[in-house]
Design a protein around this ligand. Structure first.
Ligand code: WQD
Length: 326
């Protein structure tokens, strides 16, 4: 079995490549390096630089490396940017996936894992989100992830693929400092950036209908997320025609204020956060029920918030050596 990992030079993709390799799976990385880093690809794993919109290059990669499974992560993933550039997001995330699926079905690749997102749920009005919770995305990014699931499931039914759509909740942490997320578009690195500048972290609104008034999210360690992909890949390989849609989260809600308190406690840095205006489109609470992933894959997240924060901080210090000085 050889797995093609599109977006495998990215923060999450690199963790999946390592987990698959450590599990004895052969992998090939396909990445346009628009945000990915070539030095994240381990020695011995081939890297093909290209876009999933380039059907010919994708097709030649699938046949040239005798690919028998695809894990598709290559996509644009910033909610705010998707609101400004919706057509760019639809082209990259939906058309790019359609071209990829065309090549996958033509090459009769039997297994396909899609990186989806909790953003497909939009603003869920439930304590725990299950895979049956209505999907009403509130951003073009979330729409492209849901449309992607439709493409994958339709192609799977028509071509007899085994498919898994994995809905990531809020991913944080790193396996190693050099694999840390280099983007600063999510809570933990955004707080690091403020603390490094000796500025107060910002809480985007504290008047939500939650216990402390700040938004509640389900944070999952990227190492656990990568393990879920190994389990999903093996599940698809062992049963043709499988069609899985799974939440990948811990099933535990943590508020923004709680996360910031943990960051300041674990880094030893102040100052106290300031409350600013709400960020448009933020749901008050998005927390997974991870029961189906446990039942279907035997997967359950093992690592907690403190490991996410301390490992991410070690990665931040690697790129910002002076950050630890208060
Ligand atoms: C978390 C909470 C912010 C920064 C998005 C996508 C989701 C996934 C993860 C790709 C929110 C608050 C943040 C800050 C703050 N991405 N916040 N101060 O918005 O839950 O999810 O990223 O799949 O699909 O929708 O993640 O980390 O941006 O924000 O108060 O400086 O932290 O308002 O409530 P989000 P986030």
């Amino acid at each position: 079995m050889t797995w093609l990992i599109t977006g495998g030079a990215g923060y999450i993709g690199a963790h999946i490549v390592r987990a698959m390799t450590e599990a004895g799976e052969r992998t090939v990385v396909y990445d346009d390096l628009s945000t990915g880093l070539a030095d994240r690809v381990p020695d011995g794993v081939p890297l093909v630089v290209g876009s999933t919109l380039d059907g010919e290059r994708v097709a030649s990669t699938l046949t040239g490396h005798q690919v028998t499974g695809v894990v598709h992560l290559a996509a644009k993933k910033q909610v705010a940017e998707s609101l400004e550039r919706p057509l760019h997001y639809y082209r990259e995330n939906v058309e790019g996936l359609r071209v990829l699926l065309d090549a996958v079905t033509a090459a009769r690749v039997p297994s396909f894992v899609l990186s989806s997102s909790a953003a497909v749920y939009g603003v869920p009005d439930v304590d725990l989100v299950t895979e049956e919770t209505p999907c009403v995305p509130v951003s073009p990014y979330g729409e492209t992830k849901l449309a992607g699931e439709w493409l994958v499931r339709a192609a799977g039914r028509a071509a007899g693929l085994s498919t898994a759509c994995l809905r990531y909740f809020n991913v944080a942490g790193t396996a190693r400092p050099d694999l840390a997320d280099t983007g600063v578009s999510n809570l933990v690195p955004m707080v690091f950036e403020r603390l490094t500048a000796h500025e107060p972290p910002r809480v985007f609104g504290d008047d939500y209908p939650t216990p402390d008034g700040t938004c509640v999210r389900d944070y999952v360690h990227v190492v656990d997320l990568a393990e879920a992909h190994v389990a999903a890949a093996r599940a698809l390989r062992s049963s043709p025609g499988r069609d899985l849609t799974l939440n990948i989260g811990r099933g535990e809600g943590v508020s923004v204020r709680e996360m910031i308190q943990r960051v300041t406690a674990l880094t030893g840095l102040g100052p106290a956060p300031v409350v600013t205006a709400r960020r448009p489109g933020d749901p008050p609470r998005v927390v997974a029920s991870a029961d189906r992933a446990a039942a279907e894959l035997g997967w359950k997240a093992r690592l907690g918030v403190d490991d996410m924060i301390t490992s991410a901080w070690d990665g931040w210090l690697l790129r910002h050596p002076g950050a630890g000085r208060g």
